[in-house]
Design a protein around this ligand. Structure first.
Ligand code: SAM
Length: 208
């Protein structure tokens, strides 16, 4: 089923072999209740606890590709959710700090990843402010839909050459952005497809 999913992602334009290998390696059904396991390898988002979602595999692949991770890259993920995207980043060789607003989700993700033998640094808190104390990062990936003001504080936490991947827009639709820090006072901003994420909460998000 994972192979079929990888084939579908390839057909949809994902051609980063490392990302496709990672998607082909990480079991997605472990993030689902048993009765919903049949949905795990469909290319769609799915509800998880606390009214949140596990991202669509295409979205996970798309964002992971934009990050351009190399083994040992230090990545901050804002929005742990189920922990699935975190596993894909770990398979790509990243060292991951992942922050989640909802304590229960962070706890569940920590348990699931622990059982699978994946290691990440799980934090609970408002990731719309990033996590400067553990930075700077080679990459920051935001997995919730953000308003424009979320960009600036996160870019400040990037290393030179680092990349922020963030869906920015309103509460319904967001454009995927890659913001690269090319020097201390210069960024390059690229725009990609439209997506529809659950809202980024917190001080630099849509509040509560
Ligand atoms: N990456 C996740 C996965 O693979 O399952 C999908 C995450 S879900 C689409 C977005 C997550 O962002 C939700 O779990 C939500 O609680 C979390 N979130 C929203 N605002 C946040 C914030 N300010 N800080 C940290 N997490 C936040």
């Amino acid at each position: 089923m994972r192979r079929t999913l990888v084939r579908k992602l390839r057909e949809k334009g994902i051609n980063n072999e490392q990302v496709l290998d990672a998607i082909g390696t990480v079991p997605r059904h472990v993030f689902f209740d048993e009765i919903f396991e049949s949905h795990a390898y469909q290319d769609k988002a799915f509800p998880i606890a606390e009214g949140q979602t596990i991202s669509q595999p295409y979205t996970v692949a798309f964002q992971s590709d934009l990050l351009e991770i190399t083994p040992g890259s230090k990545v901050l993920e804002v929005g742990t959710g189920s922990g699935y995207q975190c596993c894909v980043l770990l398979e790509l060789g990243a060292e991951v700090v992942t922050i989640e607003y909802k304590e229960k989700l962070s706890m569940l993700a920590r348990q699931v990843l622990g059982k699978m033998g994946y290691h990440a640094n799980f934090l609970v808190g408002d990731g719309s402010q990033g996590c400067p104390s553990l930075g700077p990062y080679d990459g920051i990936i935001v997995t919730a839909g953000a308003p424009i003001q979320a960009i600036e504080p996160l870019v400040q936490q990037l290393k030179l050459g680092g990349k922020l991947i963030i869906p920015v827009g309103d509460l319904n639709t967001q454009k995927m952005l890659r913001v690269s820090k090319v020097s201390e006072n210069q960024i390059v901003r690229e725009e990609f497809n439209n997506f529809s994420f659950v809202p980024l909460l917190g001080d630099n998000g849509w509040k509560n």
